[in-house]
Design a protein around this ligand. Sequence first.
Ligand code: ADP
Ligand code: MG
Length: 657
Amino acid sequence: MVDRSKVSKVANFDPNEPYLVFRGKVSDMHTVTSGRTTRLEATFSDDTGSLLLVWFQGIKWIRESVRAGVTYHVMGRPNEFGYGYQLVHPDIEEAFPADAPSSHPFLPVYHTSEKAKNKGLGTRGMARLTDNLLRTFTQTLPETLPQYLLAKYQFMSRTQALRNMHYPPSMEVWCEALRREKFEELFYHQLDYQYSRTSRLYHSVGRVFGVVGQLFNDFYSQKLPFPLTGAQKRVIKEIRENMRSGRQMNRLLQGDVGSGKTLVALMTILLALDNGCQACLMAPTEILATQHFANFQKMLDGLPIRVELLVGSLKASQKRKIKQQLAAGEIDILIGTHALIEPNVVFRQLGYVVIDEQHRFGVEQRAKLWSKSTIPPHVLVMTATPIPRTLAMTLYADLDCSVIDELPPGRQPIQTSFGTDAHRALLFDFMRKQIAQGRQVYVVYPLINESESLDLKDLMDGYESISRSFPMPQYQLSIVHGQMAPEAKAYEMDRFKRGETQIMVSTTVIEVGVDVPNATVMVIENAERFGLSQLHQLRGRVGRGGGQSYCILMTKDDLSKTSKQRIQTMCSTTDGFAIAEADLKLRGPGDLQGLQQSGMLEMKVADIVADEPLVCAARDEVKQILELDPDLSLPDHRPLLQYIQCHNAHPQWDNIS
Ligand code: ADP
Ligand code: MG
């Protein structure tokens, strides 16, 4: 948007402004031919000086329409040229008289392509188009928000808002128009998701898990390795209430790294088993699935429960056998990766699905699970790290949410510091001391894209240098990266887990969920290349055993401002919820790890970070509307119903997320 009432002077304009308005006259128009190209040049002057106007295209039209002696508004961004400035392909229009009260001091600026500009659809062309459209259609465009909301929030009408978004009489009015447009966008987004949640609640049946049976009780009284935290108890209760309500559960379980989500998964799975159903647990990586499997086997040892692991690296014959037994109902709990959602994996009676670290599972993948049972299974989605509030409200508007806001007792906060290559000798000394105390160390390298050979070289070089400083046989090293075969990865992980190796050099494959309580040092190389939530997730790999743990962020010397802020945030807090908020503010919603592919955050005008109050308002209004009028049958809600009826963008996913 440019303000045509703010006219710059040729002699002293601000060259940093992307788009300026000048007011003056055009003279001395002539063509210049050099080689094969011909350009049109003219002198533009106001009362302070002059600059050169240049056109390469549309020469004939400009020559015919721009007249000497007439005052024009000439707009664009001048660039330095020789001793003065030139303005290439400026937008140009006849100026209204300086003293005339203009109804439109603002001119919309549209960013179009070079190609479109050559066809006359530069910013002026677009403006003519929108002006026409607005004149033609605004009379017939229906209002989209209920009248009482317009009154409550003092929003302008839709037609006013549309007009004022493009041609506002003042900046204030433009902001008001924008406020309404943002609310409308957020409101309809909420309606979309909350409506599908409500209709699910009203119309779909869920399995009723009415009893807390033998398995749950036996586990609780005999197997539980430690008392549950208050938060774990509360969350298990929320899930249990939901599972016996007769309504299908779709729940998001949020909890910081190390807050004990796995135990919640396990105990609620026992509830499903007690009620005659099978359950499955999906993890994003084989390492993690394998670890869950081992963990479940250990914790459920002695109980009459059959747990199996289904991952891609199994032999075909093993897979076949597991699938047969699963279909026959002989397997109670199936743990695995994406392999679980293949259509040929058939359950006899799937009642409950737990998805761990959901960021890595796409919505469509989750939807496939849906088809595995005639009555929809209850679904629990566990997050890898906390999600900022507004993001959770926007992304998971249709999920119920449980939060574990308490860490198990006795955890000492991890001490985090940072260093550069200059501190490497110190770092190695520190690692030696920790290892001498029987502790283990992770050293993690970024591998943004597993195929980037440069990243892999970093890792290999690092491994070389560490093995020189930590020689065998005194020290044993493990190395794990994505290009290794799954068996080799599992083998190395195992050695580290059993304490046979002291240092684990790896890429981020260990980022999510890996649990080796004896590890107390996490060294992150090239830490500036990781996002905040990823750093937090990595740091969460230590500090799990009760011993004082450390995280050392190694960076290059010259850091960008946001990298510095990230490192500082990491050093100053271990609270995952606070870090998630900081991450969102630093990176913006479109850029959050794992979420960009969701496509659900592609807001046109609203910004879920900056517009948090509007996000909350939209959510609350939609919530109230659906409580009062779940079928949207009141006259006030007719536009909302119409919207729902025509807008069926994700039909089969509605049920799941
Ligand atoms: P996350 O929420 O990150 O998945 P985990 O489920 O892996 O966390 O739990 C982290 C660690 O805390 C595990 O070693 C687990 O055994 C332990 N843990 C879980 N619940 C408790 C508890 N109530 N008391 C003590 N330790 C617990
Ligand atoms: Mg976990």
